[in-house]
Design a protein around this ligand. Structure first.
Ligand SMILES: Nc1nc2c(c(=O)[nH]1)N[C@H]1C(S)=C(S)[C@@H](COP(=O)(O)OP(=O)(O)OC[C@H]3O[C@@H](n4cnc5c(=O)[nH]c(N)nc54)[C@H](O)[C@@H]3O)O[C@H]1N2
Ligand SMILES: Nc1nc2c(c(=O)[nH]1)N[C@H]1C(S)=C(S)[C@@H](COP(=O)(O)OP(=O)(O)OC[C@H]3O[C@@H](n4cnc5c(=O)[nH]c(N)nc54)[C@H](O)[C@@H]3O)O[C@H]1N2
Ligand code: SF4
Ligand SMILES: [Mo]
Length: 716
């Protein structure tokens, strides 16, 4: 990659490597080294109008310059100790090991794609897994919006956001549930504020009084895990008072009678008992939402990360449909995708049940298409999901992991279980940009170029596919993800021409192959993306198609074309408070930090402003336990203990405690799964709390994996 840039200053348009809003910015570079950023004020139609960025986007260069960036392939000599090796050695070893598993038992391998990198390497990782004989390929969407994908598929026939930011701006009511919009999609939140300025009403449902709640006209503070009751309660009122869109329901929905029967008992008074939300507020929210004429529902992890996440999502979609808020501008459902390219990773089949374009592996016709396309026989057996894979290691079924850009030691629920499982692996490859605690278990480490150091396409939460150009040189011998997977694919023996092998010379080659096998991306060619910086919204079925803003104008994607309304009785979280563990724990995010801190944790500016996690606890609970703001406390669940300082605040309800998970709080969380989407319940579990001394805290900290680890590396 070196030498691409002559000594001149460049201004390169890229996409922010953090969240799913997909903001654009320019990187100013000299000879491939960063000199600063500039706002993309001059690009019409992008999601960040006027080029505005949030704190993470503004600090985007710091982690790239981190001293501990991975620069050479590494091989473990023992756990957590490495020696540098050459790329050819690394690729040969990985390819030979994968090839051997492929021969003996392909399902002993598990592949992780990455919502943090481009569409092209994600397409390749699933192609590699499948050509090696397994559908064991998944990624962090499982921990995130898998229940959105399954829930929306059940109701509307497909799992993506049905609208765009423009529709949020044009709505008359925006119902934000389980989504701290102002902190987690800060630039996207500007569209909510614009709608509000126009007079739109904002309803927020969250167990915490969040920064988003500050902007609410109606705030519903329910207990974590009680969303089914809340949504049923709103629909009870809407049906009882005849506020639903009868015509839309008759023409375009099925299942209304059963829905009406099921929500019958969810009177506002009954729902108040379950959720803690005053009955009159439920009535007010229901009336405001249903009578606005144009309405949008947005949600994120507060709704999805539950053992009933699939049902939560089905009910949110059902609420939208009965109000007739589908298939038109200013309406729709907006599950805000989290990672910069989680939408793309899902679209391109980094999921154990579907090929690119959500084509089921179990469908013989789709399988036949890909068998001919890739030139190999393919498995029709649905593969394992992220958490299922960790359990399969324990049973000796899964023996090898290839992890491209994920950090399960910090991000998976129930860390202690993950650690135990990873220890048992025979072979693990980690492909990342910096050392992570997951790397401790790696046999081979492959240094990847970060997003701004290579190029490709990625898909934001609005289904907007954009091209991000190479702005900088990667450090040392770090290489683009697409290059690494291609080399391994070739070395594993897949050296056929075109789609039958991995002989790519650029990400453009790969995107053209994606165009050929992914119906939604058919017309989204590299040429079009590179000349149109605002990108194209899929579905885009041909090269002369402009892309699609609003889905389902005529029909839904279910087999009969109708919305399948959900009727669901109430159930709460898998674990509820009891005498031993009397508090309800939920896990949250800060605006200035991102996930497992591999990037924001290496930014001095962000760490200075957001130095540590604080557990939010209600004043009455704190008083009873003798806890003051700043005191160390121990949070304990059936799975582990976590030391953290307390923040006494009325943002949470009595009996609830909220802790950011960025620094390792998954030692506490419950890995109980939603039976349909297989998402773990990271938003609600039972815990107990005790005040501790600083020494005790330090002692307990030893059992929590270090987010920024240091490993011994012998130079090659
Ligand atoms: N700054 C920042 N931005 C991010 C990320 C980040 O790490 N940092 N991550 C990105 C990713 S991948 C994602 S998926 C999104 C996540 O975005 P969000 O989902 O907005 O983030 P969270 O803070 O995890 O959870 C949202 C809210 O859910 C509430 N909640 C907890 N339990 C419940 C419940 O039972 N019901 C309801 N209705 N609400 C509940 C919490 O109080 C919290 O305010 O953010 C993206 N953007
Ligand atoms: N308790 C609790 N747990 C949660 C959540 C929660 O709300 N509560 N949220 C869940 C959610 S929504 C999500 S999305 C997951 C996220 O889970 P992860 O995806 O595991 O978390 P990240 O920190 O985003 O990890 C991405 C990894 O990719 C690396 N990386 C960054 N850029 C590149 C690149 O260009 N190439 C390569 N090869 N690697 C790169 C990063 O350094 C990092 O190690 O966590 C989940 N875990
Ligand atoms: S809102 Fe998201 S995409 Fe935009 S600058 Fe912030 S982190 Fe980046
Ligand atoms: Mo996410």
């Amino acid at each position: 990659m070196k030498g691409v840039f002559p000594l001149e200053e460049k201004l390169v348009p890229v996409v922010c490597p953090y969240c799913g809003v997909g903001c654009r910015l320019y990187i100013k570079s000299l000879d491939g080294y960063p000199r600063g950023i500039e706002y993309a004020k001059d690009i019409p139609g992008i999601s960040n109008e006027n080029g505005k960025l949030c704190p993470k986007g503004n600090a985007v260069l710091e982690y790239l310059l981190a001293k501990d960036r991975l620069k050479k392939p590494l091989k473990a000599t023992e756990q957590g100790k490495f020696v540098e090796i050459s790329w050819s050695e690394a690729i040969k070893e990985v390819a030979e090991r994968l090839r051997a598993y492929s021969k003996d038992d392909p399902n002993a391998m598990m592949f992780f794609g990455s919502a943090r990198t481009f569409n092209e390497p994600n397409y390749l990782i699933q192609k590699l897994a499948r050509m090696l004989g397994t559908n064991n390929v998944d990624h962090c969407a499982r921990l995130c919006h898998s229940s959105t994908v399954s829930g929306l598929k059940a109701v509307f026939g497909a799992g993506a956001m049905t609208n765009t930011y423009k529709d949020i701006e044009e709505a008359n009511v925006i119902f934000i549930i389980g989504h701290n919009y102002a902190e987690t999609h800060p630039v996207g939140f500007r569209y909510v504020l614009k709608a509000k300025e126009r007079g739109a009403k904002v309803i927020v449902a969250d167990p915490r009084f969040t920064r988003t709640a500050w902007f609410a006209d109606i705030f519903l503070q329910h207990y974590p895990g009680t969303d089914i009751a809340l949504l049923n309660g709103m629909m009870h009122v809407i049906i009882k008072e005849n506020l639903y869109d009868e015509d839309f329901v008759r023409r375009r929905c099925v299942g209304f009678d059963e829905l009406a029967r099921t929500v019958e008992k969810f009177t506002p008074e009954y729902v108040e008992k379950i959720t803690g939300v005053p009955a009159e507020l439920i009535v007010q929210a229901a009336r405001t939402f249903a009578t606005a004429g144009k309405g949008v529902i947005t949600w994120a992890m507060g709704l999805t990360q539950h053992t009933h996440g699939h049902d939560n999502v089905r009910l949110a979609a059902t609420l939208s449909a009965i109000c007739g808020y589908q298939g038109k501008e200013g309406c729709g459902v907006s599950p805000m995708r989290g990672q910069n390219n989680v939408q793309g990773a899902c679209d391109l089949g980094v999921l154990p049940n579907v090929f690119p374009g959500y084509q089921a592996v179990t469908d013989p016709e789709k399988r036949k298409f890909f068998e001919e396309f890739w030139g190999v026989e393919l498995s029709g057996e649905v593969g394992l999901t992220v958490i299922e894979a960790a359990h399969a290691i324990e049973k000796g079924k899964v023996k090898a992991y290839y992890v491209m850009g994920e950090n399960p030691v910090i991000s998976d629920a129930n860390t202690n279980h993950v650690l135990k499982a990873l220890q048992k692996l025979e072979f693990m490859v980690v492909q990342d940009i910096v050392p992570t605690p997951t790397m401790e278990f790696a046999d081979i480490v492959l240094p990847a170029a970060a997003m701004l150091e290579n190029e490709g396409s990625l898909t934001n939460t609005e289904r907007r596919v954009q091209w991000s150009f190479q702005a900088l040189n990667p450090p040392g011998e770090a290489r683009p993800d697409w290059w690494i997977v291609s080399e391994i694919g070739k070395a594993a023996g897949f050296s056929g021409d075109g789609a039958r092998g991995f002989r790519y010379t650029s990400p453009e080659d790969i995107l053209r192959e994606i165009n050929a096998c992914t119906p939604q991306y058919r017309g989204i060619t590299p040429e079009r993306l590179k000349s149109n910086l605002a990108g194209i919204h899929w579905p885009c079925p041909s090269e002369d198609h402009p892309g699609t803003r609003v889905l389902y104008k005529e029909r839904f994607l279910t087999p009969d074309g109708k919305a399948h309304l959900a009727a669901v009785d109430y159930r709460g979280p898998a674990e509820v408070p009891d005498e031993e563990y009397p508090f309800l724990l939920t896990t949250i995010r800060y605006v200035g930090h991102y996930h497992t801190l591999t990037m924001t944790g290496r930014s001095r500016a962000l760490v200075k402003r957001w130095p540590e996690p604080l557990a939010e606890i209600h004043p009455e609970d704190a008083e009873r336990l003798g806890i003051k703001t700043g005191d160390w406390i121990k949070i304990e669940t059936r799975r582990g203990a976590y030391p953290v300082r307390a923040k006494v605040t009325r943002t949470v309800k009595k009996g609830v405690i909220a802790v950011p998970w960025h620094w390792g709080a998954n030692v506490l969380t419950n890995d109980a799964l939603d039976p349909v989407s297989k998402i773990p319940e990271t938003k609600a579990c039972a815990c107990r709390i005790a005040k501790i001394s600083e020494e005790e805290a330090r002692e307990l900290m030893k059992a929590v994996p270090k987010v920024i680890p240091e490993f011994e590396v012998v130079k090659g």
